[in-house]
Design a protein around this ligand. Structure first.
Ligand code: DON
Length: 565
């Protein structure tokens, strides 16, 4: 049995014991032309169908994005946001930031009570947790600029899935049932996602006529079909009825931002990833820069020596994340300092190969002096070689739990990704300060790390994952598994994962997969090792540099599917 572990809010510990994540690898999916990997088979199929109709990877990614909004309501979304990295066949790259923004009426201390304490749940459940959604605007923007097929064609598969319904797999039905506590607090969410309270079972058909109507408005009018007119009216009515902040003006003002990708190199590979407002790309490159100085390949995959060095690197990187990362429109992020090889050298020099450093002894560094200045991921590549890496989210599984009445979609609880109060951890246990405090119109810091790696001018790996603050280390480990440890893409995705994020000072490992003597050796080095549930849900595509053949892998931890042709 596999259960959807969409996020902290819907973790079901009992389901994890029999996850096949660590079973012997099967072979990667192999295809000559195009490939789509996502967390849900109907959505992957929708993307491949678009490729086969002559669409490019951008068209396919947009179709997958809308399809996931129907078939994977815990994270796929219209009511959330996302980050997309694109590498064109000629090597140009770009990224689209369609992250949610704080409503104009948001303010720094909105999650604190009169005594200055964080009010439990306020940033997580219900109307005040929701940022202004960005997904529809982002998908419309990227399609208009880089897509090939007509807009209506790429929205069509999602409309069909909403109208005809999807037959619920065991995993989908279990995921919805597990979210009963959250969704049951909202009548409209209960009606749609909890079968009016009777709950759904495997084999039931989830038909979503309200969502289909919303998607039709989007197909007809583009982003205006969501941000203006009847759908916008429904969002604002929902907010007014329940005490939320998102206004008509907030919706009309929402704009996605196209940004230059953040770039690095690692052992002869080009790393192309998401710049701020994600911390992911910078943290990934910073960690790889530190690790480049260690011969990880000779240390061996999952040896205590490898795990120690990687954890010590991420301990330092997450300390910087807490201080130096936020929305670049509001806070000057020292990007080139954080990603500089020289700064990485300085951090590397502080790593003791024989002892874990206490996190209390690690403080955010001084990158400025080096300056020259539940979520889901899907990966797409087309026949021409355009690669698209997209991570999209409503933050927690099923977001803030609240469905916009009459419009059929859930809202996000992305406001929790802001730092509600300096030093107070968010739902992923990460802390932040001024760089990531709430301000009107500001984007909350993300860990999403949609990434593309190129080698010798050709696409090499398309990769990304959900998992909150664990996204960065999950993506990192898939990259290391391929480049340093010589695994094929499925082995790299299957392999057991671990995570250190500075605070809390613990080395978290997946419950299965780490031999007892490795754990003991890590403890002897001074690590506080905690065995917990699965991490991430990776969908990765590796391109054989010699033959161009595409090899895809969906994460065995959940129910995803990679399909190629
Ligand atoms: O943007 C972020 O970093 C988070 N909102 C991602 C949340 C996430 O991955 C939840 N899934 N497990």
């Amino acid at each position: 049995m596999r259960l959807t572990r969409t996020c902290l809010l819907v973790v079901i510990a009992s389901a994890l014991a029999s996850s096949p994540a660590l079973a012997a690898s099967k072979a990667p999916v192999r295809a000559e032309h195009g490939m789509v990997g996502s967390t849900e088979a109907n959505a992957s199929q929708a993307g491949v169908a678009i490729l086969q109709q002559g669409g490019n990877a951008i068209d396919a990614a947009v179709a997958v994005g809308f399809a996931l909004a129907v078939t994977h309501p815990s994270a796929g979304n219209l009511g959330g946001g996302g980050l997309m990295v694109i590498r064109f066949a000629d090597g140009r790259t770009t990224s689209i930031d369609y992250r949610e923004v704080a409503p104009a009426r948001a303010f720094r201390d909105m999650y604190l009570d009169a005594a200055g304490n964080v009010v439990p749940e306020r940033s997580l459940v219900g109307p005040l947790a929701a940022g202004v959604p960005g997904s529809v605007a982002g998908l419309a923007y990227v399609h208009k600029k880089y897509g090939k097929l007509p807009w209506k064609d790429v929205v069509a598969p999602a409309i069909a899935l909403a109208e005809n319904g999807v037959v619920l797999t065991d995993a989908m039905a279990n995921s919805l049932r597990a979210a009963q506590k959250l969704l049951g607090r909202f009548p409209e969410s209960t009606r749609i996602f909890l079968n009016g309270g009777a709950l759904f079972s495997r084999g039931d058909r989830l038909v979503q006529p309200d969502l289909a109507r919303t998607l039709r408005a989007i197909a007809e009018h583009g982003a205006d079909g969501f941000y203006k007119g009847p759908v916008a009216d429904l969002i604002v009515a929902e907010m007014q009825r329940t005490g939320g902040l998102i206004s008509k003006d907030d919706l009309a003002a929402y704009t996605p931002v196209e940004r230059e990708t953040v770039r690095g190199t690692y052992r002869g590979h080009d790393i192309i990833s998401m710049p701020p407002v994600s911390s992911g790309g910078i943290a990934l490159i910073q960690t790889l820069n530190i690790l480049e100085g260690f011969a990880l390949g000779t240390f061996g995959a999952h040896s205590s020596k490898s795990v120690h060095h990687i954890a010590e690197a991420t301990r330092r990187v997450y300390a910087d994340r807490s201080e130096w990362l936020g929305d670049p429109s509001f806070f000057k992020v020292p990007m080139s300092g954080l990603t500089s090889k020289k700064y990485a050298e300085a951090l590397r020099a502080t790593i003791d190969p024989q002892h874990a450093t206490l996190s209390t002894a690690v403080k955010p560094g001084a990158p400025r002096q080096y300056e020259s200045d539940q979520t889901t991921h899907y990966s797409v590549i087309d026949a021409e070689g355009i690669a698209v890496s997209t991570t999209t989210t409503i933050n927690g599984g099923y977001g803030n739990g609240q469905t916009v009445t009459g419009a059929g979609f859930l809202l996000n609880n992305e406001m929790d990704d802001f730092s509600a109060k300096p030093g107070v951890p968010n739902m992923f246990g990460v802390i932040g300060g001024v760089a990531n405090e709430v301000q009107p119109g500001k984007r909350m810091l993300s860990s999403m790390t949609p990434t593309i790696i190129a080698k010798d001018g050709k696409p090499f790996l398309v990769v990304g994952s959900p998992g909150g603050s664990r996204i960065i280390t999950t993506v990192l480990q898939v990259v290391l598994n391929v480049i340093d440890y010589g695994m094929d893409v499925q082995e790299a995705v299957d392999a057991p994962r671990f995570h250190h994020q500075w605070l809390p000072d613990e080395l978290r490992i997946e419950r299965r997969g780490f031999p007892v003597d490795v754990v003991k050796a890590l403890e002897a080095l001074g690590h506080k090792v905690t065995a917990q549930g699965d991490m991430g849900d990776v969908h990765a595509i590796w391109v054989n540099p010699k033959t161009g053949m595409r090899y895809g892998a969906s994460d065995p931890r959940l129910d995803g599917r990679t399909i190629g042709y």
